[in-house]
Design a protein around this ligand. Sequence first.
Ligand SMILES: CC(C)(COP(=O)(O)OP(=O)(O)OC[C@H]1O[C@@H](n2cnc3c(N)ncnc32)[C@H](O)[C@@H]1OP(=O)(O)O)[C@@H](O)C(=O)NCCC(=O)NCCS
Length: 168
Amino acid sequence: MEAEVTLTPFSRTEVTLLRRWLAAPHVAVWYPDPEDHVEWAVNPPPSGERALIAVGSQPVGYVRWQSVSREILDSVGLHEIPAGSVDVDILIGDPDFVGHGIGPKALLVLLSKLCQRRDIPLVGLTTSVQNLSAQQAYTKAGFRILREYSPPGYGRCYLMVYSLNENA
Ligand SMILES: CC(C)(COP(=O)(O)OP(=O)(O)OC[C@H]1O[C@@H](n2cnc3c(N)ncnc32)[C@H](O)[C@@H]1OP(=O)(O)O)[C@@H](O)C(=O)NCCC(=O)NCCS
């Protein structure tokens, strides 16, 4: 894929597209509560942001990120993760665009954007221990497995992290 990977604004008109992506079999297997994601995308919390992932002018995926409070981190057992760290969630919804390195490129675009904020201790991604594609993709973007944990409803997962300070 030669075209540039960019993050472009998500607007409410993209909800239909997001719903279709969340229902695609390669995505649905990892997203047990798609409507929660749609609701979040329509009304993100104050500390949350989202974007479409585009290749050239074509939207192919979705990424959301959120600063996480001490309370939320403690509620899922991530006591050692500093408050204010950013949690990221990503999907390439169009199956024709999976496996072309677009996910890692989109993460690198997001990391360079987050780097400018200078107040983020850590960026984290949570993925099922069974989602080998995601683990491969996140590793390519510079994330490393910190440890395993089990957030409610998601089974055994890895927390993968990227330190903006270490990688600046
Ligand atoms: C996980 C995801 C974001 C990675 O983005 P991507 O652009 O596909 O990433 P890559 O192209 O680097 O591929 C990563 C790995 O996926 C695997 N892969 C390649 N083609 C694939 C395909 N058609 N289908 C599934 N996995 C594939 C390969 O193992 C690849 O690693 P490799 O290049 O070292 O062999 C994307 O695959 C996706 O959205 N998957 C479905 C939803 C999901 O799992 N979201 C993450 C939840 S934590």
